[in-house]
Design a protein around this ligand. Sequence first.
Ligand SMILES: Cc1cc2nc3c(=O)[nH]c(=O)nc-3n(C[C@H](O)[C@H](O)[C@H](O)COP(=O)(O)OP(=O)(O)OC[C@H]3O[C@@H](n4cnc5c(N)ncnc54)[C@H](O)[C@@H]3O)c2cc1C
Ligand code: FES
Ligand code: FES
Length: 1334
Amino acid sequence: MMSSPNSDELIFFVNGKKVTEKSADPEVNLLFYLRRVLHLTGTKYGCGGGGCGACTVMVSRYDPKNKKIRHYPVTACLVPICSLHGAAVTTAEGVGSIKTRIHPVQERLAKCHGTQCGFCSPGMVMSIYTLLRNYPEPTSEQITDALGGNLCRCTGYRPIVESGKTFSVESTVCGMKGSGKCCMDQEEKSFANKQEKMCTKLYNEDEFQPLDPSQEPIFPPELIRMAEDPHKKRLTFQGERTTWITPVTFNDLLELKANYPKAPLVMGNTTVGRDIKFGNVFHPVFVSPLGLPELYFVDSIDNGVTIGAGYSLAQLSDALHFIVSEQPNAKTQTHRALLKHLKTLAGAQIRNMATLGGHVVSRLNYSDLNPILAAGDAIINLISKEGERQIPLDGHFLERSPEASLKSEEIMLSVYIPYSTQWHFISGQRMPQSQNAFASINAGMSVRFEDGTDTIKDLKIFYGSVGPTVISANETCKRLIGRQWDDQMLSDACHLVLDEIHIPPDAEGGMVEYKRTLLISLLFKFYLKVRRGLHKMDPQKFPDISEKFVSALENFPIETPQGVQMFQCVDPHQPPQDPIGHPIMHQSAIKHATGEAVYVDDMPPIAQELFLAVVTSTRAHAKITSIDVSEALALPGVVDVITADDVPGDNNYHGEVLYAQNEVICVGQIICAVAADTYAHAKNAAKTVKIAYEDIEPKIITIEEALEHNSFLFTDKQIEQGNVEQAFKYVDQIIEGEVHVEGQEHFYMETQSILAIPKEEDKEMVLHVGTQHPTNVQEFVAAALNVPSNRIACHMKRTGGAFGGKATKPSLLGAVGAVAAHKTGRPIRFVLERGDDMLITAGRHPLLGKYKIGFMNNGVIKAADLELYINGGCTPDESETVIDFIVLRSENAYHIPNYRCRGSACRTNLPSNTAFRGFGFPQVSVVVETYITAVASQLDLLPEEVKEINMYKRISRTAYKEIFNPEPLRRCWKECLEKSSFYARKRDAEEFNKNNYWKKRGLAVVPMKFTVAMLKTYYNQAAALVHIYTDGSVLLTHGGCEIGQGLYTKMAQVASRELNIPMSYIHLSETSTVTVPNATFTAASMGADIFGRAVQNACQILRDRLQPVIRKNPKGTWEDWITTAYEESINLSTTGYFKGYQTYMDWEKEEGNPYPYFVYGASCSEVEVDCLTGAHKLLRTDIFMDAAFSINPALDIGQVEGAFTQGMGFYTTEELKYSPEGVLYSRSPDDYKIPTVTQIPEEFYVTLVRSRNPIAIYSSKGLGEAGMFMGSSVFFAIRDAVTAARRERGLAKSFTLNSPATAESIRMACGDQFTDMIPRDDPSTFTPWSIRVS
Ligand SMILES: Cc1cc2nc3c(=O)[nH]c(=O)nc-3n(C[C@H](O)[C@H](O)[C@H](O)COP(=O)(O)OP(=O)(O)OC[C@H]3O[C@@H](n4cnc5c(N)ncnc54)[C@H](O)[C@@H]3O)c2cc1C
Ligand code: FES
Ligand code: FES
């Protein structure tokens, strides 16, 4: 940052150290400052918009008025450094460090197995730590609430919450909710094999250091002195382009506002900051009144309460809680409605940053508070140099009518929220009901009656998220004055609202019919609520609502998840030093938690390094007619712009284009890249590059369009057994149908990151890349630079999640970066922003499944004919592997004697889809379970009965003739049905459904037969390199990548057993093409299997070499033997090798032995669905996963739980939105919702079932992917609940529920009088905002 003579010094503390910044730039945020200026890289970038929590830090401020220190969590990416004058910041490094002492929060997160890739962990630590600073013994509810704004893509949250709960006074080891029995009771938890002892303890809480709040660092006294200084003066920070002014008094603020009427008042910066970042807004001047005491107060008067505009939403919540506790319920309806929405508004960080004033004045169309404030007759108190005035917070204000708004020189001082009166009802509602998601629709409503009657005196209805502002249904309200609060009024009200609030068919944000339905569904909820309220006030006069409707009133409560994890105990005869089978903590877990684990972008700056920002195509299919980079090249800091012409070698390697040349084939394709001295410069310059296009026809976006144009990437793959045509002739019944399964974004928390360093000599280049396949990066870069592979070294230490998304994409991006490094001759740091990552790298393949099923009346399926199409996108990538896997895995657990499955990969003009956990199985299995469910529905059987009937039962051949024994499948299935008490709970659910019209429960059990590894033997080969140094320490290297799954930990366990030395002797540093060449990718659940075999082989070779030495000195120590071995010139280094499983597939003959073994499992989930809104709550999940013998139950359970949660997201909330032009809209956590902590099962039981698998190391099984499909039990439980609703409403028995089962699709499938009432549009008359691409 360049210093300016007009600038004041910015003073704040970070981790107890004073920071004096002489040239503070208002455009710099705390995240950047911590990472790039202070080199504190523990705080991570995950999204840059406050939505993921990866950058959470604690801010502490001293309030001189009440002489108290406030500690609160913030997302550093939205905190301008200039706002920090006088504040103390604590980051994960400041909480504890491996260099000094780790903090109990960090220790427990690590030891409870709450870290996998570790990228979210510092943020998690900071959220829990900040909570503990305020509440050293928090309740479970507080812990869940504190974590609501932190996303984790790996763990499934359960262990993270559990680590937090160890600080809670309510904490118990046992999570068996309400059973009164301890989960440690072995007899209670006996399993099929009664001989087997099961364990439930994944960690030993006796090891935990106690939390001693007195040991926490003190607040810097200097900052107290600064805050209390009576001679404080106005501060001005002058940046490169902007000025920041912090007034010292309130009058000063009024003066500034008069002088700079256009300058935003920066409070929480959660709107201003995001507008700058994502909305391209520029402000030359900022005024920040943060901390001025006049804005912070609560004033309670007879008729209501006035709250200062400076209060953060968290402080507002505290104030409201106090008011609600002091005042009778009837008076605080507005306050309670606000509290309900404050609970779900964003996460704790945003609620602590965002202020009431900022919220009200921003008038966001999705505001959760403004509709309630307006319904509750709130009044805004304004002040300017001219004096004070009041304006109503009403429809005119919210709809931004100029005469009802603030004047540019005015400041909002406070909001007055009146108490409700006796015949007055106020309520707020929103969808979704979960935390950390913008409302897709919300509402604030109020009605005032003539005293003692149900005659409407005044009615107010406001809706959010249905237009550009919060909208008032003013006309409707006027028309209903004087009416009785009865069913006829409701019916009229619904029609009036639908007439008044017009949501056009092509409205931005889509979900048009859903939103229309919710307009009146929410009104209905309010109607019921008021009816109930009237009844309570005068039961004689006003009848109550039907009992069956009562459950419609309540939202789903946010519960703290609990459960039990069970796994085989280690054989008591196993030597104590042997770590195999023990739940050993991830080797990097402590470093994850302290923020000291180094990821690519955490690597220190390299001299001369440049940053890369890419320019991507805005057209799906077009000719590039010109690229004008002149303006970009002229901008400060810009060094070069790289295009296809700069690629010295192959710009199109194996069909994957690095830089688009002449033509673009999808939106998001890289066209050129700007290299500059800072990322900000590169990005600004990239925006100025002008590309001219000429569209090319056809533009193919969807599978349907691909089929029309016969556009495929490869030839079809097919398997067939029996005689399908013949079988259809004699079956009792035939059904046909189709189901769509949309794609999925990987949403690894660490975006794609590359550091490419050109070397001086011999055209060498070194790359540090977060990848699952360093060899592939090496190949791509070598091809692009036109050098042999031996000049390219690719290093990979760890990455912040991958899930398949870092199998091939880093190779392409690595080559893009390498070309830039080559051209500029300087190191290139190329880290994608979240939005670019989501746009460019694509994800899981959308799938369209068409089925024809022939079955007998007893439920036996005799014939199935499947046609499966995936949307492959614009290049081959992994689509062929995915289609292979889809076809081969398509039968799942069922034997259908006459079976045909054909799979095709469509070529479209979307970014190329790629590998993703499960390689197509999570998609195709939805098709399978859907037709099984359809058969059951046709026969009036339970789907579980049809599954049981058709499931493989004895040693069999698959449809492609591979022999297998389904015994573990049967066991998992049986255990799952029994231990989940499926049939009893199903009966209970039916009873519940009978008694509740608007809420329905559903249960489903899904069985699984899954395969691991790759079809070709050579893809399954693996190598390792083991060095023993003369001090006895061991350096272990292998070809596998640590992507969070704990591969390095398992490999250290293997080496420990094989060499018979403690794990502490063994170190794994990184994976690199230098140490282990030609390694296959770490994917397909086979990492531990194949690299484990290679490590085992290497260790056994070394052990054999040492045998003579050991024999000579059997009582010697390891160190003695190594010394002797060295002295005897025994080679202490070797490679180990595993040739790969003998697999093959003959597609001509449609048979083979493509997989070495199967993983089996079963999962049962129970949900409750709110039929009026489409919300659902996951009540319980039981998973039984065949782990054979688990090398590390903690890691394996972590994989199962994490994959389940990712699967659950895939099947329910994660929805990618594409425009008809092929533009991906959903590019941030705001509009792409991965599961949060509040969405995991309330009760979650996971059991690793023991079986035998002699083919794999130590008879283990690869569990990385299998859990994904277990998440579909949630999808089918939802379907079951929807079926119950439809049955009750007399709707058609057969219906299609496509994946994901979003709130929108659930609501629309539960047809009722409200869905019947909404206007529908003729699809031929408009172009929808978004389309389905499957
Ligand atoms: C990740 C994330 C999730 C979110 N989720 C939700 C959600 O679920 N529901 C929801 O309703 N909202 C949500 N929000 C929006 C959030 O509530 C608002 O951004 C926030 O309340 C704005 O307050 P602020 O203090 O940060 O305003 P700032 O960004 O500091 O200021 C916003 C505007 O208000 C003006 N302003 C501020 N104070 C005053 C004052 N006293 N007088 C006059 N003008 C003033 C400023 O000039 C500026 O124009 C979310 C935001 C983020 C970042
Ligand atoms: S990076 Fe700050 S919240 Fe995501
Ligand atoms: S461990 Fe949470 S994102 Fe990987």
